[in-house]
Design a protein around this ligand. Structure first.
Ligand code: HEM
Length: 444
C-alpha cells in the first residue's frame, strides 16, 4: 500500500533527460530520432526531457502517456513550433492554429476528408497509380520513392486542386518548387528565415508564385459560380459558423497545409510498403491472390476493403512510423506520467516507441501483416496518425490512397529490391535513405 502511494506522488518540474547542449541534441534528434530516443529511454526510462532548440520537450513512450495527451482537454495545448512554421504555412493554417480557431477550422475542413467522400477520389488515385506504374521500364533500375512521390503529388493535384489529367505539368512544377524549399532548417527554426539565407529566399519565391496561382483560381471559380467537386471546391462552398465563406488567403493557407502534411508522408509510406512487400515473396503472393480475387479491374472501394492489403498497409505504418512522434506545447500546468509540468513546456508522444513495444507487438522489428488480422490494437497502441483533437485530418484519405495505389501497383509490377533500406530524415519526416532502388523486371 505504501509503495502504491509513493508511486502516485506527483513531482513538480521536468523529468530528467540528457544534459547535452540544445543545438547538439537538436542535431542528433533531427538526424536520428529513433536512436536519440532509444538512448535517452535506456538511461532515463519511459518519460524524460529533451532540451532542444524549440523548447523543453517531455517525451512519453507508452500507451498510457498517449492516453494522457490524446484524451486531455485541448485547452491544455497549443501547436508546437508555431514560431517557425507560422511564417511558412501562413498564420491561418490548421497546423499552427490552436484553441477555438483550431476547433472552428477543423469543423470547416473535415467534410472533404470524411470517409464517405473517398469514392469521389478513388478513380483519380487508381488512374494516377496506373499511369506512373506504366511509366517504369522493364530491364531498367528505378527508385520507388521517386515514383510514389510523383503519384502522391498527382493525387493531390487532381483531388485537392482539381487539375485535369491533361494539364498536370505546370501544376506539378509549381508544387515541386515549393516542396523542395521545405528544408528542415528553414521549417524548424525561425532564425534561418532570413532574406540573406538563400534557401529561405528560394522558398519565399516559390510560395509567391503558388499564392498568385491559387488566388487566381479562387477568383475564377467564384466568378464562374461553379466551385467544382475537388477539395478546393468544397472549401469554396464551406461556410464558417457565422455563415461567411473562407477568404482566398484562408483557403491558400489550408491548401498549403494539406500539400505539406499530405504529400511527403503518403509518398514515403507507399515507398516503405513496396520495400517491405517485394522483399517477401510470400507476402507479395498472398497480396496478389487477394487482389486478383476481385477480377481484372477492381473498384477502388473494393481494394480499400481487402483485409490482407489493409493489414500490409497498417503493418507498414507500424514498423516504419513516417512521423515518429507528435508534440504539443502546454498552455497551463499539466500532469504527465507522474510529473506536474509547467506551462510553456512541451509534451511529446513517442509513436515509434509504442509501435515497437514487444509487449504489444511480439517480435516488433519484424514485418508481420498477420498481426493486424489476429488482433486489432487499442486506440493508444497504433498511432501512425497521432491522436486526439489534432489527429491527422487526412488519415482516411491516406489509408484509402495507400490501399488503392499499393493494390494497383503490386499486380502490375515485378520488382527486385536492390538493397535493404534504413530510415533517414527527408525534410520534415523520416523516409528510406536511398529511395528504395529496385530493378524493374516486368510491367503489365
Ligand atoms: C501516411 C500518411 C500520413 C501520415 C503518417 C500522417 C501523419 C500525421 C500526424 C502524425 C499528424 C499529427 C497528429 C497529431 O498532432 O496528433 C498529422 C497531422 C495532419 N495531417 Fe497527416 N499524415 C499522413 C497523410 C496526410 C494526408 C494525405 C493529408 C491531407 C491530404 C494530411 C493532413 C494532415 C493535416 C491537415 C494535419 C494537421 C491536423 C491538425 O493539426 O489538426 N495528412 N498527420
Amino acid at each position: 500500500m505504501e509503495q502504491r502511494e509513493e508511486s502516485e506522488v506527483v513531482r513538480e518540474g521536468l523529468p530528467p533527460g540528457p544534459g547535452w547542449p540544445r543545438l547538439a541534441l537538436t542535431g542528433w534528434y533531427v538526424k536520428d530520432p529513433w536512436g536519440c530516443i532509444r538512448s535517452a529511454r535506456g538511461r532515463y526510462g519511459d518519460l524524460f526531457t529533451l532540451r532542444v532548440m524549440n523548447g523543453d520537450v517531455v517525451v512519453g513512450c507508452t500507451p498510457a502517456h498517449a492516453r494522457q495527451v490524446f484524451s486531455a482537454d485541448p485547452g491544455n495545448f497549443r501547436a508546437f513550433a508555431v514560431d517557425a512554421l507560422g511564417p511558412v504555412l501562413g498564420e491561418g493554417a490548421l497546423l499552427v492554429s490552436s484553441g477555438e480557431t483550431h476547433r472552428r477550422q477543423r469543423k470547416l475542413l473535415q467534410p472533404p476528408f470524411h470517409g464517405s467522400r473517398m469514392r469521389a477520389y478513388g478513380r483519380a488515385m487508381r488512374e494516377v497509380a496506373l499511369e506512373h506504374g506504366r511509366a517504369l521500364r522493364a530491364g531498367k533500375d528505378a527508385r520507388v520513392h521517386r515514383t510514389t512521390t510523383a503519384i502522391s503529388l498527382d493525387v493531390i493535384l487532381r483531388t485537392v486542386f482539381g487539375v485535369e489529367a491533361g494539364a498536370m505539368a505546370e501544376g506539378r512544377q509549381l508544387l515541386i518548387d515549393v516542396l523542395e524549399g521545405f528544408s528542415p532548417m528553414v521549417v524548424f527554426s525561425r532564425k534561418f528565415q532570413h532574406p540573406l539565407f538563400p534557401p529561405w529566399r528560394r522558398l519565399e519565391r516559390a510560395l509567391g508564385v503558388l499564392d498568385a496561382r491559387i488566388e487566381e483560381e479562387v477568383r475564377q471559380r467564384r466568378g464562374r459560380g461553379e466551385h467544382g467537386e475537388d477539395i478546393l471546391g468544397m472549401l469554396l462552398d464551406a461556410r464558417w459558423e457565422g455563415g461567411e465563406p473562407m477568404t482566398a488567403k484562408e483557403i491558400r493557407d489550408q491548401l498549403l497545409t494539406l500539400l505539406v502534411a499530405g504529400h511527403e508522408t503518403t509518398a514515403i509510406a507507399l515507398a516503405w510498403a513496396i520495400h517491405e512487400v517485394y522483399r517477401r515473396p510470400w507476402v507479395l503472393k498472398r497480396l496478389r491472390e487477394e487482389i486478383e480475387g476481385l477480377g481484372g479491374d477492381p473498384e477502388p472501394e473494393a481494394l480499400a476493403r481487402l483485409p490482407y492489403l489493409s493489414a500490409v498497409c497498417d503493418e507498414t505504418l507500424r514498423l516504419r512510423a513516417v512521423v515518429p512522434d507528435v508534440v504539443r506545447q502546454l498552455t497551463q500546468p499539466f500532469e504527465y506520467g507522474g510529473w506536474r509540468l509547467p506551462a510553456g513546456a512541451c509534451v511529446s508522444v513517442e509513436i515509434e516507441a509504442i509501435h515497437r513495444d514487444p509487449g504489444l507487438y511480439p517480435e516488433p522489428d519484424a514485418f508481420q501483416p498477420e498481426r493486424f488480422l489476429e488482433r486489432k490494437p487499442g486506440p493508444f497502441e497504433f498511432l501512425p496518425f497521432g491522436g486526439g483533437h489534432r489527429r491527422c485530418l487526412g488519415a482516411a484519405f491516406s489509408d484509402f490512397e495507400a490501399r488503392v495505389v499499393l493494390g494497383t501497383l503490386v499486380t502490375r509490377l515485378d520488382l527486385r529490391p536492390l538493397l535493404e533500406e534504413v530510415p533517414a530524415r527527408r525534410n520534415v519526416t523520416m523516409g528510406p535513405r536511398h529511395g528504395v532502388p529496385v530493378e524493374v523486371l516486368a510491367v503489365r
